[in-house]
Design a protein around this ligand. Sequence first.
Ligand SMILES: Nc1ncnc2c1ncn2[C@@H]1O[C@H](COP(=O)(O)OP(=O)(O)O)[C@@H](O)[C@H]1O
Ligand SMILES: [Mg+2]
Length: 294
Amino acid sequence: MIRNSIGRSSGVSLMGEYASLVGEAVLRQRTRQAEHTARIEAELANRVKSEFIANMSHELRTPLNTIIGFSKIVSEHDKRPVPSAEIVEYAKLIHDAAGHLLNVINDILDISKIQSGHYTLNAHETNIEEVLQATYAANLAAAREAGVSLDIEIKDHLPTVRGDAAKLQQAIGNVVSNAIKFTLQEGSVKIGAIRLQDGGIGIVVSDTGIGMSPDEIELATALFGQVDGGRSRWREGTGLGLPIARSLIELHGGQFKITSEKGKGTEVAIQLPSASTFNIQEARDALLGSGGLV
Ligand SMILES: Nc1ncnc2c1ncn2[C@@H]1O[C@H](COP(=O)(O)OP(=O)(O)O)[C@@H](O)[C@H]1O
Ligand SMILES: [Mg+2]
């Protein structure tokens, strides 16, 4: 009896010790994992940050150099005459560079307003068909230049949405311009829209482009993230297009989802609630609260 009870009690204490050893080992392992994840996240954040600074100075400097260089040639026209056809060409280059610069600056201002939670939508009852047609028209020239076909298919008569037409066009435009930018010659981009059963609107922008792996999708939707963000990147951009597009759609009470397969293409699905079901204040409070999105 005595031996039994001693055996039991030492067995119990051994079990206790063993349990605490296992517990400590699990804790150590978790701490190591957490440190590893934190280190990887910090490295990724650092990489994205330095790539962003490098890309951003490139994105700002290139158009500025164009503006400075060509305006100098034009301003010295009386000393060194330039044929009038060339002057017109230079004026166009200056105009395009200035427009590009304005877009980059607007994107930076937009994302900082969105992040600080001070973004205001100029919301009205909006005809989404007009927004989609305008987005299509605005991207036709870029598609032609890239040798990519661009089509639009609006299946049903779409209900109006309560929203900011300019911001919706900016969001959908960012997605369409990406689709064109990341699709090789002879590929195709389609903008499709249907009326959803719950009265909302579904928009899908699909392309037959280079596609992304699940990790790359995550990187692409992160602020300033670009899949090929290093110096070898083969397309221009600041990495702000997708985060702005997603935030703008979410501010409209909508949803934004990317599905993609490397080498096959990408589909961006956007869902917008119809004007009758949308509550802008509710969406804003849910998304931003008193702080910001991030
Ligand atoms: N349709 C697409 N197909 C393949 N990659 C895409 C597509 N759209 C976005 N991406 C990837 O996501 C990144 C981020 O996109 P975005 O935020 O618009 O920034 P940017 O266009 O300035 O690079 C792009 O650099 C690209 O790597
Ligand atoms: Mg983009």
